[in-house]
Design a protein around this ligand. Structure first.
Ligand SMILES: Nc1nc2c(c(=O)[nH]1)N[C@H]1C(S)=C(S)[C@@H](COP(=O)(O)O)O[C@H]1N2
Ligand SMILES: [Mo]
Length: 230
């Protein structure tokens, strides 16, 4: 696991320009409660805009978002699209996802920034069930995930995506996923670092090869296994 030396340059410019905005910028930023934490340099590699992780810190989590603002989606307007190299592309509502067989996994949430939360329950639909329902076509080798924050992306090989510990999670901590934790639907890749668990999931696309995700473009491993730390 290699950490990037510095955050993405564009995001850093955004952060600096936000500091210049002062109170107006802070009020406009939905995730920010305290400006001082950023000023003191408490900006993580995963949080280059400085917009997240500043809320009260329940149970050791930090809330991360690389997007400055994320629309809220409810059962009424949430949709998950599945497409790419599949026989039957389709769209699921939240109700349709809830109606499918649910799997509960208790795992660790471990960020490369150094924090970890053990024994976190996640529940939802096995990604493998959705892939089977869609019917992966012969050339399918990998899965690409997109998010309704409009920015974040992730990827898994098809073999990884079909594991029994990879969930399209609807619940976290035995409650419906909160907006801050990526609700109403996030990916949960139990055997990998938490950056693989894309929040605000809106798209699943089967591809012919792995397309590196957001952090992977900045040097993170596509294979983010927890048991192979550097
Ligand atoms: N859409 C989206 N998903 C994301 C991220 C993000 O910035 N945007 N950050 C990732 C990282 S680095 C971590 S550690 C976890 C943090 O999840 P949490 O905010 O629920 O604690 O979400 C992952 N999924
Ligand atoms: Mo992370």
């Amino acid at each position: 696991m290699s950490e990037p030396e510095s955050g993405p340059p564009i995001a850093r410019r955004v952060m600096l320009s936000m500091l210049g905005l002062g109170a107006a910028g802070i009020v406009a930023a939905p995730f920010v409660q305290n400006g001082w934490e950023r000023v003191l340099g408490a900006v993580s590699q995963h949080d280059p805009t400085g917009l997240s992780g500043l809320l009260p810190n329940p149970g050791g989590f930090r809330y991360y978002s690389v997007a400055a603002s994320v629309p809220r989606k409810t059962a009424a307007d949430y949709r998950l699209e599945i497409g790419g190299l599949v026989e039957r592309p389709g769209t699921y509502t939240l109700g349709e996802l809830r109606a499918l067989p649910q799997t509960r996994i208790v795992g660790e949430a471990r960020c490369t920034d150094g924090w970890r939360v053990p024994d976190v329950p996640f529940a939802g639909v096995l990604l493998s069930d959705l892939l089977d329902a869609a019917g992966v076509r012969a050339g399918g080798r990998a899965v690409r995930f997109t998010c309704f924050d409009g920015v974040y992306t992730e990827s898994l090989t098809l073999e990884q995506a079909r594991r029994a510990d990879v969930l399209i999670a609807l619940d976290m901590l035995d409650e419906p996923l909160t907006h801050e934790h990526g609700g109403p639907v996030r990916l949960y890749v139990a055997p990998m670092y938490f950056y693989k668990s894309a929040k605000w999931l809106s798209g699943i696309s089967v591809t012919d090869k792995v397309i590196p995700g957001y952090w992977e473009e900045y040097g993170y491993d596509v294979d983010g296994w927890l048991d192979q730390e550097a």
